[in-house]
Write a protein that binds this ligand. Sequence first.
Ligand code: SF4
Length: 308
Amino acid sequence: MSNIIFGPIRSRRFGTSLGIDLSPSSKQCNYDCVYCELAPATTVDHQSTVLPVATIITEIQKALAAHPDIDVLTLTANGEPTLYPHLEALVDAINAIKGEIRTLILSNGSTIADPAVQQALSKIDTVKLSLDCATPRCFKRIDRMHEGIDIETIQSDMLAFKEHYRGTLIIEVLIVKGINDRAQEIEALSTFLEQLRPARIDLGTIDRPPAYKVEPVTYETLYTLAQHFNPNLPVHITHRKHGTPTPASYDNEAILTTLAKRPLTQEDIDLLFDSSSQKRLQKLLDEQRVIIRNTHGVDFFTVSHENH
Ligand code: SF4
């Protein structure tokens, strides 16, 4: 059953990660997202092929023996990992053997109403939930969910979960051209996320061949959409594949105004600022009018509050 474990995968944000696939033999998901990198499949609300907890733990132990430098164990699936019926027992067993290694789960967020799922997630260090739309029509078009799942319930249960969750909650928003790339959709998401206050919002687009005939947006569109979120929300643009560098000249005032509206990462700056503007930015950093703030693994350039 070696297909349960994949990696190690190195990422700047999470360090060296081993993936744990809770549905290695087939896609078992309660969504049929247009952008899914797996083939389209009929949605399900439970797993019919279920791995024993002991099998998964044995595979994790073997993988950890082979890779002693792992920073994080990532629970994922060909489908939705929270459909795994023994999730809490599995998380307890992982926590008993993992030592200092952190845990992360990548979920579509749909099962957050289930108290058993909330209980399991509350024992995981970082929970990353997807939320592509805040309005019902948009949600249905992009995530093509199983019967009985609705976006209002998901949102209120995300809020209830956040009330007691002590770990790091990250929200992932994936933008699909022509579906959720309108300013109104982003503003609806922003309104909800202002209440939720996640540690970080990762804003990306399609970067692998999708299940259906849909297209990514460009980096420039993501950057424009990021401006429609409340500036207090830590939005991180994760996608640069389709980004064409369009370096422009920013004077000191433009740099400070831009960063006050939207903190930027080094990658954003490389795409947006020409070399003299980058020198001006460095000077502002030296003068501490701009500071670098790390938000759960991502460095953002932002204005020092002393500027206000
Ligand atoms: S939730 Fe994930 S696995 Fe399920 S259809 Fe969407 S992208 Fe695919």
